[in-house]
Design a protein around this ligand. Structure first.
Ligand code: FPP
Length: 253
């Protein structure tokens, strides 16, 4: 391996950014003859475990799909209790996140949330904005198509103001306007709960991401399950359109 390749691969097989669809809370509760909401409460504990694990490993970013723009279709009682859970989680956890140097950001259309929740989100983001540790991104009332449409809107405004020639537009012009901004794209996408689909999560940003699907229900997604996902990721050869031989040569083998 060349010195350059070696330097570039201090942690050659650890993802910089992990994105997760946390599915299976409802089924976890039903299996235990508990109300569905108990599954979401247990899901918060799994979130805490995952944040801790990523911070300890020095992973740069963790993005969690907490509430999709389609989740408003759930029974009103479940939606309202989920909102309550987000509020409680923010009230209880932000100080701890800040102490642990975590930078928290929420992506999605937050105007749809009640004013109390919006205020808590704004204040949590402000409080942790300067932190240098794990970037924790919570996708709430988020949709991948919405994200792309919003970026397109902002690009159109740039064109209208005369700042950009529409003929010159490339994918790179859109990227800074997407919700994840300057964070690296996810290297590893995990979906728990057995379904094998992307469900309008980070559609643009998952273009070259490695996928890991597991039947484990989100509240049961513990350290061991995460290690399994990381081990699977470590076996993947990421080619970004190149041949396997080219990739091996670039890595100095
Ligand atoms: C999907 O399980 C889960 C959700 C829609 C909510 C996710 C929320 C949490 C894990 C808790 C809060 C998170 C934060 C960041 C504070 P499901 O209800 O669709 O499960 P099912 O497929 O078994 O019905």
């Amino acid at each position: 391996m060349t010195a350059e390749a070696e330097a570039a691969s201090a942690h050659p097989k650890l993802p910089r950014h992990v994105a997760i669809i946390m599915d299976g809370n409802g089924r976890w509760a039903e299996q235990r003859h508990l109300p569905r909401f108990a599954g979401h409460t247990a899901g918060v504990e799994a979130v805490r475990g995952m944040v801790r694990a990523c911070a300890e490993k020095g992973i740069q970013a963790l993005t969690l799909f907490a509430f999709s723009s389609e989740n408003w279709r759930r029974p009103p009682d479940e939606v309202s209790r989920l909102m309550g859970l987000f509020i409680t989680a923010l009230e209880r956890q932000v100080r701890k996140l800040h102490q642990n140097d975590v930078c928290l950001r929420v992506i999605g259309e937050r105007q749809a949330f009640n004013p109390k929740l919006q205020k808590l989100i704004d204040s949590a983001e402000k409080q942790t904005a300067g932190n240098q540790g794990l970037n924790l991104v919570i996708a709430a009332n988020y949709g991948g198509r919405w994200d792309i449409a919003e970026a397109a809107k902002r690009l159109a405004l740039e064109v209208r103001s005369g700042g950009l020639d529409p003929e010159a537009i490339t994918p790179e012009h859109l990227e800074p306007y997407l919700s994840l901004g300057s964070l690296p794209e996810p290297d590893l996408f995990i979906r728990t709960g057995g379904e094998k689909r992307v469900s309008n999560f980070l559609l643009w940003q998952l273009a070259y991401t490695e996928f890991h699907f597991t039947d484990t229900l989100w509240p049961d997604f513990d350290r061991a399950a995460f290690e399994e996902a990381l081990a699977s990721f470590a076996t993947r050869q990421r080619r970004f359109g190149r041949t396997g031989k080219q990739v091996a040569q670039a890595q100095g083998y």
